[in-house]
Design a binder for this molecule. Structure first.
Ligand SMILES: [Zn+2]
Length: 228
C-alpha cells in the first residue's frame, strides 16, 4: 500500500485502568472497548493503524446521557466511511460482552455493512439485563465471531492498547485464576451460543444441565481461534 500521511498519535489506556476493567474476576461498572481494523486482501490481513484505539461507555457516573461503549464505537465506525468496495475485519476487545440492545445495534450494522467482518473478544459476560443470550446468538447468526478473552488476548491488549511509559517491554501481569475464569466463561458462552438441546434418557435420571455441560465441554475442546 502507498504510504499515507503519518497517523496521529493514538491514545493508550493506562495500566491500572486496563487491569481494573479487564480483570475477569471483578465487576467494574464501566465498559472499555479496544478496537483495531484490518484490510482483507486475499489471504492477507493488513493492519490499519489509523483505526486502532479504545472507547469507554459514557454517563454511568457523570449523570449525563448514558451511551454504551458499543454504541459509541459504531458511531466512530460510521464516521470513518470505510470503502464499501473493500473488505475489512474489525476486532473488538471489550471488558463486558454486549447487552441485548448493543448486540441488536451491532447485528443491524453487520447486516447493512457486508464488507465488514466483526470479531468480539469479551473479558466477561454481561448478564445484568435480560435478553443478552438471545442478543449474543443473533450477533453470531449475523456472522460475528464472539469469544471470551483468553490469556493470549489479555497479553495482546496489554501490548497494543496500554501505555507502558518508558518500559515498552513490560510484560502483562496475569492475576490469580485468570485462565480458570476465562475457561469457565468460555464454556458458559459456548452454552449460550448453542441452540437449546434437550436430551432424554431412560431411566429418567436426566439432567439437562449435565447434557448442556457435555455439549459445552465438547464445544470448548473443539474451539479454535486465530490469534488476534
Ligand atoms: Zn449495551
Amino acid at each position: 500500500m502507498a504510504a499515507g500521511p503519518a497517523p496521529e498519535a493514538r491514545s493508550l489506556m493506562d495500566e491500572q485502568t486496563f487491569l481494573d476493567n479487564f480483570n475477569n474476576l471483578k465487576y467494574p461498572r464501566k465498559t472499555y472497548l479496544c478496537y483495531e481494523v484490518e484490510l482483507l486482501v486475499g489471504e492477507n490481513h493488513i493492519p490499519l493503524d489509523d483505526y486502532k484505539g479504545f472507547v469507554r461507555n459514557e454517563g454511568a457516573d457523570e449523570g449525563s446521557e448514558r451511551r454504551h461503549a458499543e454504541s459509541i464505537f459504531l458511531g466512530d465506525i460510521a464516521s470513518w466511511n470505510l470503502d464499501t468496495e473493500l473488505r475489512y475485519r474489525v476486532t473488538c476487545f471489550i471488558s463486558w460482552s454486549p447487552c441485548a440492545d448493543c448486540a441488536d445495534e451491532l447485528t443491524k450494522f453487520l447486516t447493512k455493512n457486508r464488507h465488514v467482518n466483526l470479531r468480539i473478544f469479551a473479558a466477561r459476560i454481561y448478564d445484568y439485563l435480560q435478553g443478552y443470550e438471545a442478543g449474543l446468538r443473533k450477533l453470531k447468526a449475523a456472522g460475528a465471531e464472539v469469544a471470551i478473552m483468553s490469556l493470549q488476548e489479555f497479553e495482546y491488549c496489554w501490548k497494543n492498547f496500554v501505555d507502558h511509559q518508558q518500559d515498552e517491554d513490560e510484560s502483562f501481569p496475569p492475576w490469580d485464576n485468570l485462565v480458570v475464569r476465562s475457561e469457565e466463561l468460555s464454556q458458559r458462552l459456548e452454552g449460550i451460543l448453542q441452540p437449546s438441546v434437550l436430551v432424554f434418557r431412560w431411566p429418567s435420571q436426566v439432567s439437562v444441565t449435565a447434557a448442556h455441560s457435555d455439549i459445552m465441554s465438547q464445544a470448548s475442546r473443539e474451539k479454535r481461534r486465530d490469534p488476534p
